[in-house]
Ligand binder design. Structure first.
Ligand code: 5GP
Length: 178
């Protein structure tokens, strides 16, 4: 089946406004230690994370690191068994860590990833997602910072792809059958 771009689900203006709010919330929550490591999950969260990090204050100790993971599954559903392709460059032991993800769907990938990171003894571990497809959750994952809750529709743009395409779109759009 071929797909084409559908309607704008979330505009670039809404995205940038919400990212400013998320950065302000995070800054407030971590003002005691004034330090945080943002762990972006490649590739989808790269666009979101690089915009988010630039809204954080200059005098805060903000670090950025990335992980690349893939969950085994049948193509459309993830199994939640995560394989690490690229690991963090820095130790997170004793650090305040926020996992930054593009979208949480079944929650299986994130939940397995959190188990892996917890075992590395961070001081704190939280989750920030741009999009939450809450209706599709199969396992409970605590989302501490959420950009937008969205219905069960496949979306692309702003880092999210379909078959490696459309990550570069400024808006988040749905995809429809051609
Ligand atoms: P989960 O383990 O929560 O089911 O899988 C989350 C992953 O599924 C996301 O990181 C993303 O790669 C992919 N995913 C889930 N829903 C969508 C969607 O609507 N659009 C895109 N592009 N990817 C999605």
């Amino acid at each position: 089946m071929a797909y084409k771009l559908g309607e704008v689900m979330i505009s670039r203006e809404k995205i940038s406004g919400r990212i400013k709010e998320l950065a302000a919330e995070i800054t407030k929550d971590y003002n005691q230690d004034n330090s945080v490591v943002l762990v972006g999950i490649l590739t989808g969260a790269a666009v979101f994370l690089t915009d988010l990090i630039r809204e954080m204050p200059e005098d805060m100790d903000v670090r950025m690191d990335f992980m690349s993971v893939a969950s085994y599954g049948d193509g459309t559903e993830s199994s939640g068994v995560v394989r690490i392709y690229h690991d963090l460059k820095q130790s997170i032991e004793g650090k305040n860590v926020i996992v930054v993800e593009d979208i949480v769907d079944s929650g299986l990938t994130l939940s397995h990833l959190l188990d892996i990171l917890k075992a590395r003894n961070p001081k704190s571990l939280k989750v920030c997602v741009l999009l939450d497809k809450y209706e599709r959750r199969k396992t409970e994952v605590k989302v501490d910072y959420c950009g937008f809750k969205i219905p069960d529709k496949f979306v692309v743009g702003y880092g999210l792809d379909y078959a490696s395409k459309w990550r570069h779109l400024k808006d988040i759009k749905s995809v429809v059958d051609e």
